[in-house]
Write a protein that binds this ligand. Structure first.
Ligand SMILES: Nc1ncnc2c1ncn2[C@@H]1O[C@H](COP(=O)(O)OP(=O)(O)O)[C@@H](O)[C@H]1O
Ligand SMILES: [Mg+2]
Length: 487
């Protein structure tokens, strides 16, 4: 088989994170290679290195027999690579043909607009793209815009197409159309790297699959003969032993009962959350995580019922929910939870409904206690929040929310962006709270975290819980299948 692409020993770090930790990847002409892996496993980084958007720390890239090194995307394109981005790079106000001609050196000089339009009609028919050259991009649905990007790659003669999660925003019919287009590209002898989280798509269209986990190749296999369960297990791995696992104990009374929760991004979430329990919510980002967290906290409205400590709160305000015992650690705490212009002491005081801390001296004293308890490293309570590192800022939000001894906590990506020490600290605080009887919904796309602290683990997929397993019945293969959209 003709080696179109050979990547060898690719390493790329971002600070302490080894995003790519010695990856080898081969793509032959006329083959579709599926690149599979959880969020953060290093897929996009590997493709950015290939396309010249980032330089690798080390490793070699041989494309069509020539080494690519120190290249930029423009050179990668000239060499015959094309990248179809998750977010399209099209000018909406322009037509399909004008977008195709944009930034294409050959067009405009050698090819006239009418000739390009003719080529578009030809390629559109040949590949089943169904694109009208004169259509304005703004009027095209998402799936068609993606095809404009593919069309650009085809007309420029790309030998290898990189598609980074091309199906994540497509309707099922559009996905089927895209897979058909990929098969036709393969028939012409072009190579394709197809990144996705979805196992059925891999099994449907790919010739082989490479699974990344934590920046390394966790497995590779021809698709013929590989089982879904085997792929799912390669994706999630087996290493789930963590120090901060909660002790088993019988669940207490129901603190939060959710039924038929629907709305944009939510398709009928249902669960009971008990006192003294952490329900971990795993899943690939974009399956309703933000919507679920915000709807429970009252920042968005949904249909359905949310009963907190026996009281229906689905239509209650955020403040009323907080008063009723709910605490919320949102993912975008920097924007919503912390006032950057205020001091640490003032930020700690934000939820002080009782008002007894309004006395400045009392507030400062209390802030000092919380800084110690929550390990906030800063000169003092009068330090402005804007000066704090991400980890210390998060500890303030965690400290403020958890110090109120809430009965129910909704946490979304509570350890996002924190270093391992700070992550451990936040997880330990969440477990402490649970041990003191709080009910915790812990939503995270980091499966390891969810497995480490969940008494039960639910998987959010397509806006609902695909299933819930208790800690003693964890089956990684099953969780992987649910995460990949396989009920
Ligand atoms: N520009 C960046 N700066 C810092 N960290 C990054 C950057 N890009 C990626 N990372 C980190 O590298 C790791 C791999 O990310 P990525 O390649 O985007 O994974 P995937 O595409 O598989 O979800 C993650 O831990 C991510 O946070
Ligand atoms: Mg990615």
């Amino acid at each position: 088989m003709v080696p179109l692409l050979e990547m060898r020993g690719i390493v790329r770090t971002f600070g302490a994170v080894r995003a790519n930790d010695g990856i080898d990847l081969d793509v032959a002409a006329g083959r579709i290679v599926g690149l599979l892996g959880e969020n953060g496993s290093g897929k996009s980084t590997l493709m950015k290195l290939l396309f010249g958007m980032l330089p690798p720390d080390s490793g070699t890239i041989i494309f069509k027999g020539r080494e690519l090194s120190g290249h930029r995307p423009a050179e990668a394109m000239l060499a015959g690579l094309a990248m179809i981005h998750q977010h399209f790079m099209l000018i909406e106000a322009m037509s399909v043909v004008d977008n195709v001609m944009l930034g294409w050196p050959a067009a405009g000089k050698l090819l006239r607009r009418a000739a390009v339009a003719n080529q578009i009609r030809g390629a559109s028919a040949r590949f089943g793209l169904d694109l009208d050259p004169d259509a304005k991009v703004a009027n095209l649905p998402l799936g068609r815009r993606q095809r404009v990007e593919i069309l650009k790659a085809i007309l420029r003669g790309a030998d290898l197409l990189i598609l980074d999660e091309p199906t994540s925003n497509l309707a099922p019919a559009e996905v089927a159309g895209l897979l058909t287009i990929l098969r036709r590209l393969r028939e012409e002898g072009r190579g394709i790297v197809f990144i996705t989280h979805k196992l059925p798509e891999v099994l449907d269209v790919c010739d082989e699959v490479v699974v990344l986990r934590a920046g390394r190749v966790a497995g590779r296999a021809p698709v013929a003969g590989v089982s879904r369960a085997a792929l799912a297990e390669m994706m999630v791995g087996r290493d789930t032993t963590h120090a901060h696992s909660p002790d088993p104990r019988p669940p207490g009374a129901v603190r939060l009962a959710v039924r038929g929760l629907r709305g944009p991004g939510l398709a009928g979430v249902e669960f009971d959350l008990h006192a003294g329990e952490i329900l971990g919510v795993a899943g690939v980002d974009g399956n309703g995580q933000i919507e679920l967290a915000d709807t429970l906290a009252g920042l968005r409205r949904g249909e359905g019922s949310i009963v907190l400590n026996g009281q229906e709160i689905a239509r209650a305000s955020v403040a009323a929910r907080m008063q009723a015992g709910l605490a919320y650690l949102p993912a975008d705490r920097a924007q919503t939870s912390l006032v950057r212009a205020m001091t640490i002491a003032e930020n700690f005081g934000l939820r002080d409904h009782a008002g007894f801390l309004l006395h400045p001296a009392a507030r400062t004293a209390h802030a000092k206690e919380l800084m110690t308890a929550y390990d906030v490293r800063a000169p003092g309570p009068q330090t402005v929040a804007a000066r704090l590192s991400g980890g210390n800022a998060q500890k303030i939000v965690v400290g403020r929310e958890l110090d109120r001894a809430p009965s129910v906590v909704i946490a979304h990506q509570a350890a996002w962006g924190l270093d391992p020490g700070a992550t451990r600290f936040v997880l330990d605080r969440v477990v402490d709270l649970r041990n003191r009887g709080a009910a915790v919904l812990y939503i995270s796309s980091e499966l390891e975290e969810v497995l480490a602290i969940g008494d039960r683990v639910a998987v959010l997929s397509g806006g609902r819980f695909a299933g819930i397993l208790s800690r003693d019945k964890i089956d990684l293969g099953q969780i992987g299948l649910w995460m990949a959209g396989q009920a």
